[in-house]
Write a protein that binds this ligand. Sequence first.
Ligand code: PLP
Length: 267
Amino acid sequence: MPLHKARISPMDRGFLFGDGVYEVMAKIDGRIRARSLHAQRLRSSLDSIGLETSVEQVFADVDRLTKKVGFSNAKIYIQVTRGPADARDHAFPSTVSPTIFLTVSAFEAVPQTASQAIVRPDIRWRKNHIKSVALLGNVLLMQEARESDAQEVILYRDEYVTEASTSNVFVIRGQKVVTPPLSDLILPGITRHLVIEIAQKLGILVVEDNIRVDSLSEADGIFLSSSTRGLLPIIALNPGGCVGNGELTSIFSALQDAYDERLRCYD
Ligand code: PLP
């Protein structure tokens, strides 16, 4: 239906509590990129919050909607909440009727240009592996970036980098690329997964290891990864100043080219 006709109850638990999960996928040249990885992650997010919904049905609806809308390049948003309840009670209601909200909007995947990031403490909750719609921490952090003329916020907890407010973090050190290991502190990014796969194919060493926040300023390169922004090179940090010599490294360029190729050639 047209967006202005969509209606959601004010008693929806997604609205009242942020009690829901989401996915964002890119459709490129008519195909949803990494569809099965997104479906798996949605399943895992739903399981983590104890919400039973058929992911197969959600994806069948996505297919119906994308077909109807017709863009061959699109951004697809999926949100599943625990639905409306009679009373505002924190605990789950006895009967649950999930609200499923899907949108498809026009989108072009364009290679990202050199950007700046602020570096801030990770103020979010402790279950960031769940793609929760409760994003107030991320919202406040991203707003701070915007007000500082930066495009992203790199986050750290207990002196170690976790991720960025809407992306995963990679650090280039010499011929090696380092990214924080998967844990409940970060989202298992689909693009992160693809970058590791691509790097292996290119013979570039990727190590999943903790990154001290105070080591960022010594990096030869830093880049961030997400489904909608692809690989975003960071050339300046605040605080921290210039990254490397302020130019893109050959490792980054090789990964970005291979990633763009991967986007267009595979599901
Ligand atoms: N980390 C956070 C907090 C995110 O919000 C996102 C994407 O929205 C990512 C990482 C990157 O995930 P993906 O590559 O699956 O888009």
